[in-house]
Design a protein around this ligand. Structure first.
Ligand SMILES: [Zn+2]
Ligand SMILES: [Zn+2]
Length: 246
């Protein structure tokens, strides 16, 4: 099973997800007011993924069943790319002992670190498709929270910026937004890390990744991005003073 795209360090990639810590739960506890409850009585909030009323355990606008049904990835995993060890074949025992999957051990990726939020199961796929193709922008909130709950525990402290993957101009115009930027904005706010959407530039349009295999996805986006001159010079000249997370 593939994984829900999330976050990589020093390169595009995939991220990982954990169950919430006690601290996360305190931060993330839904702040339902009497007004929300009253509005729900008159205009019941409906989950944009499965179509039922949100109910208990909701993470607006996801209902409780969809939120808890997202299949989080938990350790142990490859320390480089985040591939869960449950995905490993028995023949990979030796690389597992070294903390890496066979692919990273034999052909290390260009990025330093990547983790995925969740398996790309039915619920995750439906939620991502609703966000991207049915323009349910509000889903960026719980999906970014899903990533944040993982990263709050595993991310290093010296992150300079979050850089969302850019869409082609045509696709962003058609969709009306870049879902990656929506996720980054929410996540950046949560982590107190600045978001710099112009530091990465798309050099060509690519085919939709939907229904492509992992190998085909990598080939599809190869050489499709470059660092922007402005972002590079900003970093190189030391004019960039990143905020540190509290
Ligand atoms: Zn639902
Ligand atoms: Zn790996």
């Amino acid at each position: 099973m593939s994984r829900l795209p999330s976050m990589a360090r020093a390169g595009a990639g995939r991220g990982t997800m954990i169950t919430p810590t006690e601290t996360d739960r305190a931060v993330e506890r839904p702040s339902r007011t009497w007004l929300d409850a009253a509005l729900d009585l008159v205009f019941p909030a409906i989950c944009p993924v499965c179509g039922v009323a949100l109910g208990a355990g909701r993470r607006d606008p996801l209902c409780g069943a969809c939120w808890t049904g997202l299949e989080r990835i938990t350790p142990p995993w490859c320390e480089r790319c985040g591939l869960p060890f449950l995905s490993f074949a028995p023949s990979q025992t030796s690389t597992m002992k070294a903390g890496m999957c066979q692919g990273c051990a034999t052909d290390p990726p260009a990025f330093a670190w990547a983790r995925s939020a969740a398996y790309y199961g039915d619920r995750a796929r439906d939620a991502v498709h609703a966000l991207k193709f049915r323009r349910k922008r509000a889903l960026a909130k719980p999906l970014a929270d899903l990533v944040g709950e993982q990263l709050a525990r595993w991310l290093p402290d010296d992150i300079d910026a979050l850089v969302p993957v850019p869409l082609s101009a045509i696709r962003e115009r058609e969709r009306g937004f870049n879902q990656s930027a929506l996720l980054a904005e929410r996540l950046g706010h949560r982590l107190d890390v600045p978001v710099r959407p112009r530091w990465l530039v798309r050099t060509r349009a690519t085919q939709p990744q939907t229904d492509l295999s992992a190998v085909e996805r990598r080939a599809n986006v190869r050489h499709a991005f470059r660092a922007s001159p402005g972002g590079v010079s900003c970093l190189a000249r030391g004019r960039w003073a990143p905020r540190r997370r509290r």
